[in-house]
Design a protein around this ligand. Structure first.
Ligand code: PLP
Length: 396
């Protein structure tokens, strides 16, 4: 039942489990980010990887409504999907392309990140044949150890691109490895300095405008000096701080308003009253120590609610926390509701998100799983049906 971007559930496609996407929160996050960096800095909305599980085309459309005009995807096919869904604006392909994607890049007016001479030559050739011009952003590696050319190679690449008849260099970018660690400030500062030096060299050599950008969420939130011409927020658009630990741990430079966009919900399908000494689920890793009420939830690791959450996670029912007891199964999970006020079959269960005054964040789930919020969002979002809620629907 994955990846259905529509709101209309019929009885035939109905699932107990659903991921809710709060469109208003998404739009507010974008606007708050734009406000934080000021109107002279462009904001590339990073919607790669199905918008971190939130649904790429739906999120891009909603962000366009509030002013987003530049979108970041990982691969060419994602850019093509956005164009086919009618998304306008600039689409930057962060991983670049391969010769098989020349036609798609040109035909769909995508802007690839480039770092390879053969690719640059081939793309320019295709653009020339099609009587148009390819726009590209050149990637420099100032210490990430991932994609990009070395700073010393920049002149060679710029000269090459200048000589090509059907290509124009419209951007220069890099990426930080440690901008989410405040102890690594010195490293980030050095990397920024070497990137700015490259930008200056480029601007001296080239006449037209070049957009320079280096900041992901961690960098733009923690280091305002990294904003340059454009920032590339991903996780912050979806409501999370890259460096957050749960329960409001202190950050060096905190302070912007971000609201989580995704919730993951299921419902109670059975309630059982058990005596002390009863084993719960595979392996009997949980034995009731008292007379207990146990609720059965129709969600499990097949839905992304990972087995590692066994005897570890908590869920919300009627605004209260209930601990997972025993192993999480493929399609079922048990929670202990002995200490909760009466629960009924059919009651809503929040696995991720808010209920009443209580909240379980992706950061908290990530801690239970030994990972980061990014992975939790991708996981839940990609394996479950998504429902998009606007303001009216939330109130209704
Ligand atoms: C994914 C990605 C981003 C967004 O990073 P966040 O930490 O989610 O803000 C920015 N730039 C590049 C090159 C990326 O691949």
């Amino acid at each position: 039942m994955a990846n259905m971007e529509k709101n209309s559930l019929t009885m035939e496609t109905f699932s107990f489990n659903r991921v809710e996407i709060d469109i208003v929160a998404l739009q507010n996050n974008f606007q708050n980010i734009q406000q934080k960096v000021g109107s002279r800095v462009k904001v590339m909305a990073v919607v790669k990887s199905d918008a971190y599980g939130h649904g790429m085309t739906a999120c891009a459309r909603e962000l366009y409504q509030v002013g987003a005009r530049t979108f970041g995807v990982a691969e060419v096919w994602e850019g093509v999907a956005l164009r086919r869904a009618g998304v306008r604006g600039e689409i930057i392909v962060l991983l670049g392309g391969t010769p098989e994607t020349y036609d798609a890049i040109i035909d769909h007016n995508l802007t690839p990140v480039v770092y390879d001479i053969d690719f640059i030559n081939g793309l320019s050739h295709t653009a020339a044949v099609k009587n148009t011009e390819a726009r590209v952003h050149l990637k420099v590696d100032v210490g990430m150890g991932r994609l990009g050319i070395q700073p010393s190679q920049v002149e060679t690449y710029i000269s090459l691109i200048k000589r090509l008849p059907a290509m124009s260099l419209s951007g220069l970018l890099s990426h930080f490895p440690v901008a989410d660690e405040s102890e690594a400030f010195e490293k980030t500062r050095k990397q920024l300095a070497s990137f700015k030096e490259v930008v200056a060299r480029l601007k001296a050599k080239k006449d037209g405008p070049v957009v320079s950008h280096i900041a992901n969420s961690a960098a733009f939130i923690n280091f305002p000096e990294t904003h340059l011409d454009m920032i590339r927020p991903g996780i912050s658009l979806y409501g999370y701080f890259p460096d957050a630990s749960p329960k409001g741990a202190k950050r060096a430079v905190p302070s912007m308003d971000l609201q989580p966009v995704m919730s993951f919900k299921t419902r109670v399908v059975q309630i059982k009253e058990l005596e002390a000494g009863c084993g719960i689920s595979y392996g009997h890793t949980f034995i009731t120590s008292r007379k207990s009420r146990i609720a059965v939830l129709p969600v499990g690791y097949a839905d992304g609610y990972q087995r590692k959450l066994s005897n570890r996670a908590e869920v919300l029912i009627n605004g209260r926390r209930a601990p997972v007891c025993g192993r999480v199964c493929m399609n079922a999970t048990m929670v202990d509701i002995t200490d909760l006020p009466p629960v009924d079959v059919g009651d809503e269960v929040v696995l991720l998100g808010r209920q009443g005054g209580a909240e379980i964040s992706a950061d908290e789930i990530a801690q239970w799983l030994g990972t980061i919020s990014y992975e939790v969002l991708c996981l839940f979002g990609s394996l479950n049906e998504r429902v998009y809620l606007s303001n009216d629907q939330k109130m209704g």
